[in-house]
Design a protein around this ligand. Structure first.
Ligand code: MTE
Length: 316
């Protein structure tokens, strides 16, 4: 059994204290399938999105799936976006997210710090669509067509200096627009990080769209991360800032519960979360459970990133 020292957030409701929902597992999984727990889909008007005309992005045939795509209605109605509440049914609340105007700051150890409008950034990047698996640490999984661009392309654009070892990514901070950010139990803004080598890996992807169109707000519009070999909490939504640094970033979840949510967070069926097994996963919207795969099935692409890091907690 996990023994934790008592911190201020231990007074939170269990449902509030973790995305890695023991709460969810008890209330929803045991009650039936995740499909039953999902709220009705919230359709969003996307036709006034300035990037609409650039969709669909060309498909990159290199990225194939071993499973069916998750229904859009299931993926877009069962989300983690704590800025809009601690339940999975935040799609409606997330419509308050204002995605234009939206600028992205690139700063820290780069040749030239800058702030760029999201539509200018999208125009400048080589666009593609990739089919990726996605595995949440809570043991649900999905398979979705992400549209966006390789993180590597952003590295070329940002020109980090040789001293940059990590990239720290930060979500917007605006409690008026995102009432969940008023919850004192969470150290917003949401922060995540990667090493430069991870960001430069072919699989690391920055997402602007899903299902062939601009991302609905609940997916983390207008720009989010997709690192499919890592647990889903690494895939930070609605990114406002990329900071290149020589210091390992501390994520929101690592600040809250470092014994449960570390920096690396690579998927591994054999390393349980301190409070539950990671051996299987439930495919969102289907009620089916399947075995979890090492690095979520992407070992061939990413295992080499970690061979020299044997002493690290690579899988939590
Ligand atoms: N990014 C922000 N800004 N806020 C969040 O609460 N939740 C994370 C991640 N990115 C989160 C976030 C978690 S725990 C998961 S599992 C995924 O987003 C969920 O992505 P999805 O809702 O598109 O499935």
């Amino acid at each position: 059994m996990l023994i934790r020292t008592r911190r201020s957030w231990d007074t939170l409701q269990e449902s509030e204290a973790t995305p890695e929902a023991v709460f969810f597992n008890r209330r929803a999984l045991l009650a039936g399938s995740i499909a039953m727990a999902a709220a009705p889909a919230v359709a969003q008007r996307l036709d006034d999105d300035p990037s609409m005309a650039s969709y669909p992005f060309p498909k990159n045939a290199r990225y194939t799936l071993d499973r069916s795509l998750t229904e859009e209605a299931a993926a877009s109605s069962y989300n983690n976006f704590y800025e809009y509440g601690t339940s999975k049914s935040i799609a409606r609340a997330a419509q308050a997210l204002k995605t234009r105007p939206w600028t992205v700051v690139i700063d820290g150890l780069v040749e030239k710090p800058m702030e760029v409008g999201i539509d200018d950034l999208i125009k400048a990047m080589p666009k593609e669509e990739r089919l990726y698996r996605f595995r949440c640490v809570e043991t649900w999984a999905m398979a979705v067509p992400w549209s966006g661009f390789a993180f590597k392309a952003l590295l070329d654009y940002a020109k980090p200096l040789s001293g940059a070892k990590f990239v720290r990514m930060e979500t917007f901070l605006d409690p008026k627009m995102a009432p969940g950010q008023r919850n004192p139990g969470y150290p917003f803004p949401y922060v995540e990080g990667l090493t430069i080598e991870e960001a430069a890996n072919d699989l690391a992807f920055l997402v602007t769209g899903v299902y062939g169109k601009p991302a609905q707000k609940q997916f983390g519009a207008p720009l989010r991360l997709a690192v499919p070999w890592k647990y889903g909490f690494k895939s930070v939504k609605s990114i406002r800032k990329f900071t290149f640094t020589d210091k390992q970033p501390v994520s929101l979840w690592e600040q809250l519960q470092p014994m449960e949510y570390g920096f690396w967070a690579n998927v591994n069926p054999e390393v349980p979360h301190p409070r539950w097994s990671q051996a299987t996963e439930e495919l969102l919207g289907t009620g089916k459970r399947v075995p979890t795969q090492l690095y979520n099935g992407y070992a061939a692409e990413v295992a080499g990133l970690y061979t020299s890091l044997k002493g690290e907690r690579l899988f939590t």
